[in-house]
Design a protein. Structure first.
Length: 152
């Protein structure tokens, strides 16, 4: 099935209905290009899988997700944990009519002040990516695939 703007719109609607207001309990990175967010909302647990795989990029809620995690968490996973673990999902949206999903998470920063971070998932075939940014100025914190300025 082709993944276009209409399908992404439906995915965003479903994710919003189930995850909006939810708390991110746990973050895992079983693959270099895949992040799993464990979210608790309305007394239910969800596993949101974000994949930037070149061959099969996807965003979905998993029931029985059983991939092994590395013994030591990768750097991207540690950054996600630092910035958004224990945060609340305040919005899930589609950027324009593109194949881009933006998840905004409000959490406490190092100074115990509320700050908002955005997880941007670009679903573009081999150019797919998962990007963590500061919502205030859209500054990139890190991404699953680093693209040099000479390419972009």
């Amino acid at each position: 099935m082709a993944l276009d703007g209409l399908v992404i719109h439906s995915v965003v609607d479903e994710l919003s209905s189930k995850l909006l207001g939810g708390k991110i309990d746990k973050i895992q990175q079983p693959e270099n290009d895949e992040i799993v967010l464990h979210i608790r909302n309305n007394k239910e647990n969800f596993k949101l899988v974000l994949s930037a795989s070149s061959s099969n990029p996807r965003v979905y809620l998993a029931n029985n997700y059983k991939k092994e995690n590395p013994m030591k968490a990768p750097a991207l996973c540690m950054l996600f944990r630092k910035y958004i673990q224990s945060g609340n999902i305040i919005s899930i949206s589609q950027v324009g009519f593109e194949r881009i999903i933006k998840i905004s998470v409000e959490s406490l920063d190092e100074l115990k002040e509320k700050s908002t971070k955005d997880i941007i998932i670009e679903i573009m075939g081999r150019h797919s990516n998962i990007i963590l940014t500061h919502a205030s100025d859209n500054k990139i914190i890190d991404s699953a695939k680093r693209i040099p300025t000479s390419v972009s």
